[in-house]
Design a protein around this ligand. Sequence first.
Ligand code: UDX
Ligand code: ADP
Length: 457
Amino acid sequence: MSIKNIVCIGAGYVGGPTMSVVAQKCPHINVTIVDLNQARIDAWNSDSLPIYEPGLEAVVQEARGRNLTFSTDIEGNIAKADMVFVSVNTPTKTFGKGAGVAANLEFIEKCARTIRANASKDLIVVEKSTLPVRTAETLEKILHAGDSKYHFEILSNPEFLAEGTAITDLHDPDRVLIGGRQNDLGKAAIQELVDVYANWVPNERILTTNTWSSELSKLVANAFLAQRVSSINAISSLCESTEADVGEVSRAIGMDSRIGSKFLKASVGFGGSCFKKDILNLVYICRTYGLTAEADYWEQVILMNDHQQSRFVDKLVGTMFNTVSDKKIAVLGFAFKADTGDTRESPAIHVVQELCEEHARVSVSDPQALGYAKTDLAGLEEFVTLEEDPYKACEGADAVCILTEWELYKDLDYKRIFDSMNKPAFLFDGRNIVNHQELYDLGFNVYPIGKGELSHL
Ligand code: UDX
Ligand code: ADP
């Protein structure tokens, strides 16, 4: 069999960009992305895509109408598919057993039932969503339960793209990981998917493993990356207490080829839909197997991240004479990182909430994320205003906090901002992206992460 029709269920941050690139690189395969959410599908079919991702528009424009289709007809498209990708959301459970830790597999399970009910031939089903280990087993049980006369072969193909760089990550991945059963049917299905990626990914970068290794590798990759950020953040406070500079420390240790230079930027904390969720999955699975020390070890990566966010607010309040009540604080950046409008688990949410608890007047600005900010900060309208223009956000403010490393914040006219602010004017750089000495020379009292403050006070 050779794959001619691919359907992806879920048109989100993972499914949308990934399958658009598959369509772009495989003009001989029809790719259909389906979703329950009509508004989302309409946006994918319009000129204003539902997610902000550099380079995505060009890819969609090239493939849409040729071999890339966005649709809400889930059943009809599954009936035509040779291969189905499952790319629905798998948030952390907020209720019942495992609340706050385990993944909510409700959407995955619903997909499995829909696939079973609508398949018209044997199918390869590919897990693309981030999932706890052994979800393939669950999928398989549901797909093969009941009276379906077809065979479903499950593959795990975790996504390693990072938001903001999704298109380059997809065009030129470090590796593509495909896990499946190590028998004839499993190996044949793996080969079908290898053949899809081989249209643009060099063979040596396509890695095949058993299903469980593939599922676990996704969680472990994110846990290791998050651990690096938490590790350097743990050092950042020590640097602030001593005369070390965390940027210099990062550089010095990063030049050790055994350590490497990436993911060593101290910050206000990591966010995003994956890191926390994946570590929680890892913690949960360790606890399930009675591995308490291992669970505690990984949980510490998250606790350190919570601490880093609270520490940022504590420092701000402490510096501003122990009160921010009725002071205006401008927050520049609400997305969890630059080049995305996504705010899931963004440290900015936590910081703004804590500032509101202190009764500050918070003015939030972001070039892409204000839509989500409105929802994330619902109920805090008494204290929060959303302001597209960063200069307006800073007008009359006592302090400016930079929480997302958007390029645009590096190049603002800080003289203009300083002149418009209350004095003393404070700047807390949660991403270490501006020139601290220059801002100090303009008159700001500057508080970076992980290095000494530059204060006139
Ligand atoms: C991550 C993984 O990188 C990706 O492989 C996986 O598929 C999904 O999860 P993403 O969440 O999009 O991707 O963003 P990433 O670039 O990993 O950043 C995560 C968070 O860590 C961001 O909030 C970022 O600002 C923060 N970070 C990253 C730091 O604070 N310091 C760093 O040095 C690197
Ligand atoms: P991710 O970052 O993992 O891509 P998103 O929340 O951005 O997560 O996207 C997941 C998408 O999956 C959403 O657009 C949601 O509407 C869709 N979805 C969830 N459950 C189903 C389902 N049973 N059938 C079709 N689409 C679904």
